[in-house]
Design a protein around this ligand. Structure first.
Ligand code: BGC
Length: 705
């Protein structure tokens, strides 16, 4: 395992942190995450208990405890392993050295801790991964070596004391021992089941049950290893998850063979997506890390599953699917794993019934997609998404009710998928119905005044969530217009629709209010009245906070009555829809960048794209790095009011990919062939990047541009 890491380091494919910091567990959990699209294991230590937030987070299976928020289930942790007397954080005083590594090349987590035993040193090494090919399997190899002979007691097994944010989700457990394997089945009160099974190493033969202990004798300087191989199945996968989990262990190869096939799969993924940035090793590492995370959470095993806003790093944001997938991650999946892009959009087609129901519940027509989508397209978004720091009371937020751009974002994703792949089958098989219902939704929402020819989209929230319930948000109006026009263009080819409806789609598209650039300044108002709000700097607004965790938006937020915004809004519009010239981009970039808090990790990449378009790659660079490094750097916003929102940042990772390709490389496609128009930061000498399109692999190379 050390040779692998050395190779990965040499190739600039590893993230390494030296030194033990007790408080770093939350960031490290994200930084060292390993995943395979089906599940993700946070990069916590194997001995971590609840307080250190370990988890085996599962995709696409949710539970709601009472009236709490709905959350994705975390499986009972089958790779719990602790050394008695040498566990962290309890025995931090014995730590001589501590290194955590993420080998992105081979897709595994490695921990090495050297403890002071009083008479010598004891080294504990743990290598852990989620198998990339057989996504139900996860494994860890424990390696021990002491420079003096010693006896140790070890504890391992399936930890049922699962870390949940709004749990516990399992109300009962069943255990079954089957020789060297044990399975622990967690049951929820709504009949869902999650089975975690573990194949215990021979050293545990004398004990039984889901948690076992064993005595280990170490000879001086002789390495001792033990392997833990486990499997996870849920009632979504199979009617008998316990049986499937045990069967998987009984038929699966031993650790070494598993590791070999796992590494081979990672190699094939990197083969499709490799990126080299000569002249800037930090940027190269950050971009590879972004790609690593996007690969680790890609639902390659599924045909209609999407990617959650915090990937597989835990229950933040309810494990739900946001606009993040279509607007920020899709470029990467299209260019590298088109089948994953397809799965994400199929998920939206499958969840149309949920969107139709949501629209109906609001007295609207068509498809109002969930702001935070979970199974069946149900909206997991709470009416009270933020907790007030002063009163501890939940604050009414209107994301669920008013962030109506979500429906258009999905249409945008579908349109992009079809344009990129040429796969019109997606439209024939449900996509056109989504587009049609999306257009009907906007038709039912748009307001037509008796005395005006201009139609309005009133009472919405645009991408900038700090300003709630605004009128004619520029981004929302243009995305709704795109939806109406696209529906009018393509739906008649696939669906039998009354001509009158098509006429109405076109009429609404042409009459919907345009937030035109101001004739003098060129600035596009984010919404009606935005430019008349108090014009103060981000710093001034920040200085008004009475508590650092205070929420900036909503009714009383410090930003709500000012022009300070949370994230790219007008700039997002300029970057996602065509037709805005360089002059307009320049003026709006200069206006909005200094008024943006970048309080969402989705913000910086849009500004970076814009900076590239206006010929300012140096200004784009720090914004690109902020996006690409989101999960290496750690930190980031961990709180919205009193609500924990930490986790990985797949949209920032996808955004960084967009900046690299569309921004710095200036990638366009002409007659089906890639063309580069590079505008690289000064330090970058050359970029090479593989992309796939129409079954072909292209090596983009700025030296050949
Ligand atoms: C952002 C949204 C985003 C969500 C999930 C929020 O903080 O404002 O735009 O979709 O996080 O990433």
């Amino acid at each position: 395992m050390r040779k692998d890491i050395a190779d990965a380091l040499k190739l600039n494919m590893a993230v390494v942190r030296e030194g033990y910091e007790k408080q770093a567990f939350a960031d490290n959990g994200n930084r060292f995450l390993t995943g395979n699209g089906y599940m993700g294991i946070r990069g916590t230590l194997t001995e971590a208990r609840k307080a250190d937030m370990p988890c085996v987070n599962l995709a696409g299976i949710h539970h709601r405890k009472g009236n709490e928020w709905m959350e994705p289930l975390n499986a009972p942790n089958p790779l719990y392993f602790a050394l008695e007397g040498y566990s962290l954080p309890e025995n931090a005083d014995k730590v001589v050295s501590h290194t955590l590594s993420l080998d992105m090349l081979h897709g595994f987590f490695l921990r090495e801790t050297v403890f002071d035993t009083g008479i010598g040193h004891l080294t504990l090494r743990v290598q852990r991964f989620c198998h990339m090919q057989d996504v139900h399997l996860l494994a860890a190899r424990i390696w021990l070596c002491s420079d003096t002979e010693m006896d140790l007691k070890v504890h391992m097994g399936i930890d049922r004391d699962v870390w949940d944010i709004h749990g516990p989700h399992f109300s009962a457990f069943e255990t079954e021992d089957s020789g060297e394997c044990t399975v622990l089945l967690g049951l929820t009160d709504d009949g869902q089941q999650v089975a975690s099974a573990l194949h215990f190493p021979p050293v545990c033969a004398a004990s039984s049950g889901e948690m076992r202990s064993a005595a280990v004798h170490l000879f001086a300087k002789e390495a001792y290893t033990l392997d833990l191989v486990s499997s996870v199945f849920t009632s979504k996968d199979t009617p008998l998850p316990s049986q499937s989990a045990l069967d998987a262990l009984n038929t699966c190869p031993a650790f070494d063979a598993l590791l070999t096939s796992h590494k081979a799969l990672w190699a094939s993924l990197w083969e499709k997506t490799q990126v080299e940035i000569s002249g800037d090793k930090d940027a190269e590492l950050a971009m590879r890390n972004a790609i690593y995370h996007l690969l680790s959470i890609a639902p390659r095993h599924a045909s209609d599953l999407s990617v959650a806003a915090r990937g597989l790093s835990g229950q933040t944001y309810k494990g739900a699917i946001f606009w993040d997938t279509e607007m920020f991650m899709l470029d990467f999946y299209l260019a590298c794993l088109p089948e994953v892009a397809r799965s994400c959009l199929n998920y939206r087609i499958q969840s149309l019934p949920g969107a139709l129901e949501k629209a109906k519940a609001y007295g609207l027509e068509g498809a109002f997609y969930a702001w935070e989508s979970v199974e069946g397209g149900k909206d997991a978004c709470s009416d009270y998404n933020v907790t007030d720091v002063f009163t501890g009371r939940p604050m009414r937020t209107f994301f669920r009710d008013k962030q109506v751009h979500i429906t258009a974002d999905i249409v945008y994703g579908l349109r992009k998928y079809v344009a990129w792949t040429g796969d019109t089958g997606m439209l024939a098989q449900g996509g056109a119905r989504v587009v049609y219902e999306a257009a009907r939704f906007y038709l039912s929402l748009i307001t037509r005044r008796l005395l005006s020819d201009t139609y309005d989209l009133l009472d919405v929230i645009g991408p900038d969530e700090y300003h709630e319930r605004v009128n004619n948000n520029a981004y929302t109006n243009e995305m709704a217009r795109m939806t109406l026009s696209y529906a009018a263009d393509i739906c008649p080819k696939y669906l039998d629709i009354p001509e009158e409806e098509i006429r109405l789609f076109r009429e609404a598209a042409s009459h919907l209010k345009v937030q035109a650039p101001d004739p003098e300044t060129g600035v596009i108002a984010q919404f009606d009245g935005y430019l008349a709000l108090e014009d103060v700097s981000v710093e001034t607004v920040r200085s008004r906070l009475l508590d650092p965790k205070e929420y900036w938006g909503g009714a009383y937020g410090v930003a709500s009555h000012t022009q300070v915004i949370k994230q790219a809004d007008v700039i997002a519009l300029l970057e996602v829809l065509p037709g805005y010239d360089r002059g307009i981009k320049e003026k709006n970039y200069d206006y909005y960048e200094k008024r943006t808090e970048h309080g969402s990790s989705l913000s910086a990449c849009m500004y970076a794209l814009c900076a590239c378009d206006i010929g300012r790659p140096e200004a784009a660079y720090p914004l690109f790095m902020k996006s690409a490094q989101a999960d290496i750097a750690g930190g980031g916003k961990q709180w919205a009011g009193l609500v924990y929102i930490g986790g990985t940042h797949p949209a920032a990772a996808g955004g960084a990919y967009m900046v690299l390709t569309r921004g710095f490389l200036g990638l366009t496609w002409e007659n089906g062939e890639p063309q580069l128009h590079p505008r690289l930061p000064a330090a970058w000498e050359r970029v090479r990047l593989k992309v796939q399109r129409d079954g072909k692999t292209y090596m983009l190379d700025t030296e050949e541009a």
